[in-house]
Write a protein that binds this ligand. Structure first.
Ligand SMILES: [Zn+2]
Length: 145
């Protein structure tokens, strides 16, 4: 899958994802998802990439994979509370997006716009800004509300 190749080749962090993925039994599948670009499920130990995102660039999907592979790693012992887990996943996704594009990432699609928006938020406000965003977006998923 082009997105996986793109992620493997990201300078610095790519090899870590590649090693983890190849030594794990995590499967990556494409399927319907409601309201998410990707989703990791611990039971089947699989990552689903939203079928509606399949025409996104390999770089954008590589960032989605970085996010979901972070959850797969968290499921192997690096367990965190819900918000911290999401913050880590979003930061890792942002690192990949930044390494692929630098400070001026594309924003032509809704996914690219979200990835780039988060990169700008991180550049402006650091991890605290990302955490505030996650707390806002994940109230239901993380049962904060
Ligand atoms: Zn997540």
């Amino acid at each position: 899958m082009p997105a996986y190749l793109a992620l493997s080749n990201v300078e610095g962090v790519g090899p870590t994802y590649k090693e983890f993925f190849e030594s794990s039994k995590v499967r990556i599948i494409v399927g319907p998802l409601d309201g998410a670009w990707g989703q990791y499920a611990s039971g089947p130990d699989s990552i689903t990439v939203n079928a509606s995102a399949i025409n996104e660039s390999p770089q954008a999907l590589a960032s989605v994979l970085a996010h979901e592979l972070t959850h797969a790693l968290q499921n192997r012992g690096n367990q965190r509370d819900c918000v911290s887990g999401e913050v880590e996943a979003f930061l890792n996704q942002t690192v990949v997006w930044h390494k692929l594009w630098g400070d001026n990432p594309p924003h032509a699609t809704k996914l690219e716009l979200q990835l780039s928006d988060l990169l700008h938020l991180y550049a402006d406000q650091g991890e605290a800004g990302v955490r505030a965003r996650v707390q806002n977006l994940y109230q239901q998923q993380c049962r904060l509300g």
